[in-house]
Design a protein around this ligand. Structure first.
Ligand code: IDP
Ligand code: MG
Length: 161
């Protein structure tokens, strides 16, 4: 079987997706999960976590030199987040497409950010931006025994093989 962070480039590619505290508070959990489910991706990890500011800073470590970093850490640690791992062919890139552009003002209508938020500092959802960050973020947020490596009963209706 694959490592718990998945195998990029295969049907077992995995990405880390988090509904941020504004998405949780605004009642968008079910809608966001539904979009990934209806696309055909498979949920393999799911938990509600209220991150500490230290953990938020670790998650966003690559942005620590940016001027908005302190506000970003406070925002991300301001309430519970829905932490998820989704699996499927090209789920990292396609997940980013479902989410839409970082700035909701630039996000296409029909994307999650395009439909549900207005400003960058409250853009409701996070998604890994590549294979390396997916591996890093899944490993940061989830232990091996928190990932369910299950076979979907509708696999053959989603993929040719
Ligand atoms: P991403 O979430 O689309 O991957 P990143 O560049 O990785 O975007 O930035 C992480 C998060 O930091 C964004 O989702 C957004 O909440 C916040 N952010 C990024 N750039 C800005 C900015 O210029 N002003 C305020 N917040 C920002
Ligand atoms: Mg990012």
């Amino acid at each position: 079987s694959v490592p718990h962070y998945g195998a990029a480039g295969t049907q077992k590619e995995r990405t880390f997706i988090a509904i941020k505290p504004d998405g949780v508070n605004r009642g968008l959990i079910a809608d966001i999960i539904a979009r990934f489910e209806k696309k055909g991706f498979k949920l393999v990890g799911l938990k509600l976590v209220h991150p500490t500011e230290d953990f938020a800073a670790e998650h966003y470590d690559d942005l620590k030199a940016r001027p908005f970093f302190p506000a970003l850490v406070k925002y991300f640690a301001s309430g519970p987040v829905v932490a998820m791992v989704w699996e499927g062919k090209d789920v990292i890139l396609t997940g980013r497409k479902l989410i839409g552009a970082t700035n909701p003002a630039d996000a296409a209508v029909g994307t999650i950010r395009g439909d549900y938020c207005i400003i960058m500092g409250r853009n409701i959802i996070h998604g890994s931006d590549g294979a390396d960050s997916a591996k890093h973020e899944i490993s940061l947020w989830f232990k091996e025994n928190e990932i369910a490596d299950w076979e979907s009963a509708v696999h053959k209706w989603t993929y040719e093989k």
